[in-house]
Write a protein that binds this ligand. Structure first.
Ligand SMILES: Cc1cc2nc3c(=O)[nH]c(=O)nc-3n(C[C@H](O)[C@H](O)[C@H](O)COP(=O)(O)OP(=O)(O)OC[C@H]3O[C@@H](n4cnc5c(N)ncnc54)[C@H](O)[C@@H]3O)c2cc1C
Length: 337
């Protein structure tokens, strides 16, 4: 059934769909079937068709957190729904609702430049609004959960819409129910609560140098400048941002490692994956056309024409080296289809 109770027709489905432009790593990849989704009924119809045909159903946004295999079976739906609305009736918060296919960084720039501060620390993160809750995106001392109000999702298991508030989402560090129960929910729209009595979040390294009275526009520009100086631009050199999570280890394991940053964590000690990789000599290391960025050891880049196999082999070599030298297991951040 469609979102309004009717049975919508399948539209926009393409066989042998080219996903190469839909992943920031720039890997060549084709899906058995794919569609660019511009409306909720279209999504519902595609999901129903996949179910009826016994096909796998995948939903992606911009593909900025994905490692795509050359061939993907089933249907891949690219969320491209658009629309942003603002509800400023509450005295405490401005509620901003954006459709899943909106650009996250575009939304941040729109709200900040329109005098609605609150998202500035999350400027410049690639990807779509719909994917932002999936790994509870975060940067520079702020995460999505801090500005989250609610979201509307399509429940693929029950074929109905469901509204989630913050406590339903199971937000944690780069995690949520949408990641834990991958494949069950499609995020349709996200509502953010932007504080009317806004105070800047400047506690994170890199932002502390800003004066306490800095406005949101200044902070956003500063964040964008730091990101541009640290990370390779995926438009020039394909990448999926941080390739590994920072590992959390026991204090005993942390003791055995000589050097490198460490941060207190409720489950032990958080180490810097970038430092561990760099210490194993991988910065700038190449494997075919895949490489570890020479600017940031946590970023694997496509130097042009890299294959899934090359990136996966490089990731395995890094994981093996870090495990063998430090006894620490790195986990991969980008999801694989
Ligand atoms: C250069 C670079 C820098 C980055 N910096 C950061 C950073 O600072 N902080 C950070 O947290 N992340 C960062 N990332 C990772 C990435 O930008 C985020 O994870 C982003 O939210 C992914 O959005 P996307 O639309 O590209 O999702 P995709 O990569 O297309 O998909 C990611 C996952 O979300 C699922 N998904 C996508 N859309 C939906 C939907 N509508 N409903 C349900 N599930 C969905 C997919 O199935 C997949 O499992 C960075 C990536 C790059 C390339």
């Amino acid at each position: 059934m469609g979102s309004d109770g009717s049975t919508p027709a399948v539209t926009g489905l393409v066989a042998d769909f080219d996903l190469t432009p839909w992943n920031t790593m720039g890997l060549a990849s084709r899906a058995a079937f794919g569609a660019v989704v511009t409306g909720v009924d279209q999504l519902v119809a595609l999901a129903a068709a996949a179910r009826a045909e016994g096909l796998a159903f995948h939903v992606i946004g911009q593909g900025s957190n994905l490692l795509l295999r050359p061939r993907i079976e089933g249907i891949v739906a690219v969320m491209a729904t658009r629309g942003v609305s603002v509800d400023d009736r509450s005295p405490d918060t401005t509620l901003v609702t954006a459709q899943a296919g909106e650009s996250w960084s575009g939304l941040v720039e729109h709200t900040v430049t329109q005098g609605m501060p609150g998202l500035e620390n999350l400027a410049g993160i690639p990807g779509t609004v719909g994917a932002a809750p999936v790994q509870n995106i975060g940067a520079y001392g702020l995460e999505l959960a801090d500005r989250f109000h609610s979201l509307l999702a399509w429940d693929l298991a029950e074929a109905r819409t469901r509204r989630f508030d913050g406590s339903d989402c199971g937000f944690a560090y780069r995690n949520s129910v949408f990641k834990a129960e991958a494949g069950r929910y499609v995020v349709l729209e996200v509502t953010l609560a932007l504080p009317r009595r806004w105070t800047p979040v400047l506690g994170y390294a890199g932002l502390r140098e800003l004066p306490p009275g800095s406005d949101a526009l200044t902070i956003m520009r500063h964040v964008l400048a730091i990101r541009a100086s640290k990370l390779p631009d995926w438009r020039q050199q394909g990448n999926a941002g941080s390739f590994f999570h920072n590992p959390v280890v026991t204090p005993a394991v942390a003791e055995t490692i000589d050097g490198g940053p460490r941060f207190p964590h409720p489950d032990g000690v958080k180490l810097s994956a970038a430092w561990l990789i760099d210490a194993c000599g991988f910065k700038g290391h190449r494997l075919g056309s895949a490489a570890v960025s020479d600017r940031h050891a946590l970023v694997l880049v496509n130097r042009g024409g890299a294959t899934y196999a090359e990136v996966a082999a490089l990731a395995t070599a890094i994981r093996d080296a870090v495990r063998s030298r430090f006894g620490v297991t790195l986990t991969q951040e980008p999801l694989e289809f």
